[in-house]
Write a protein that binds this ligand. Structure first.
Ligand code: D54
Ligand code: ZN
Length: 279
């Protein structure tokens, strides 16, 4: 189990390249035929890379142990999004849900018998899961891309023309904490989340994807007045602490899954950073 501690910005600001990557970047979550997990102590968010090939994948005993329960979702909720490949068959409480590429499934607290499989073994899905502690059990539900209320943002002059799809948010379905969406760029647009913002109330995790191997995103993190950067490759995840901006620019277009947990579920609750204060 890959466990990441929550650290103060005073410590983060003393770290070198390797130190920043060790605490904030997850490089190897997606491995064919495996379910891999990383546990962040920021809001106890658990990130899952799930790539079923052949045999269906279920939560391991080690994963349940990390939460101190018999069944991983005993006191947690989970959102899973299909990043492409083929469709996935996700079993929950003896019901099968077929989740096509760019569809998502919310699974409520207490769900049992959860298993992930490829619908067609010749085109296995790539699934990304995000789980947070939950106090109530909300209904399991599939969300399509159309339901994710696409919202156009940015301009080509600022190289940040993009569409935000909100899959898991309180306007669409109830969850305890989780919010999740996908942001996609127009060709030639490369800047995400610019102007930058903070939301100390919620931590965030960014999974960058849809990039060829030689492409990179320069992810900006840190306090606005003391930024650092991480070089991020395809299918790597950045853990974004509550005190940090989360923004970046790519050497070409890309997409990313953003997910949040914390005190409120208001997507619009952001403190914009005056651009002049960035250092
Ligand atoms: O709090 C919200 C998250 O940072 C993302 O939704 C921002 C984002 O996708 C973007 O501006 O490109
Ligand atoms: Zn944000």
């Amino acid at each position: 189990m890959d466990i990441r501690q929550a650290i103060h910005f005073e410590q983060a600001e003393t770290l070198d390249t390797e130190g920043l990557r060790r605490h904030f970047l997850i490089e190897d979550l997606f491995v064919a035929g495996e379910m891999r997990a990383a546990y962040s102590h920021y809001d106890r968010l658990v990130l899952l890379g799930i790539r079923p090939e052949g045999t269906p994948l279920a939560f391991s005993a080690a994963l349940a142990k990390s939460a101190g329960v018999a069944d991983f979702l005993e006191r947690r909720e989970l959102a899973v999004v299909n990043l492409g490949g083929g469709a996935a068959r996700i079993s929950v409480d003896a019901l099968d849900h077929v989740i096509a590429p760019f569809e998502a499934l919310y699974i409520g607290k207490g769900a049992k018998g959860v298993a992930f499989a490829a619908v067609d073994e010749a085109s296995p899905p790539k699934l990304y899961g995000v789980s947070a502690p939950a106090h109530a059990s909300h209904p399991t539900r599939k969300i399509t891309q159309d339901e994710a209320s696409p919202q156009a943002l940015g301009t080509s002059e600022a190289a940040n023309k993009r569409t935000i799809y909100k899959y898991v948010h309180d306007g669409l379905l109830p969850t305890c904490q989780l919010m999740l969406g996908i942001t996609r760029f127009e060709p030639g647009s490369v800047w995400n989340t610019m102007p930058a913002h903070l939301h100390d109330r919620r931590m965030e995790a960014y999974l960058y994807f849809d990039m060829p191997e030689d492409r990179m995103v320069v992810h900006l993190m840190g306090r606005p007045e003391a930024t650092r950067h991480l070089i991020v490759r395809n299918e790597q995840v950045v853990i974004s602490p509550p005190w940090s901006i989360h923004s970046g620019s790519g050497t070409g277009s890309y997409a990313f899954v953003w997910a949040m947990a914390g005190d409120n579920q208001s997507f619009a609750d952001m403190d914009f950073v005056p651009m002049g204060t960035l250092r």
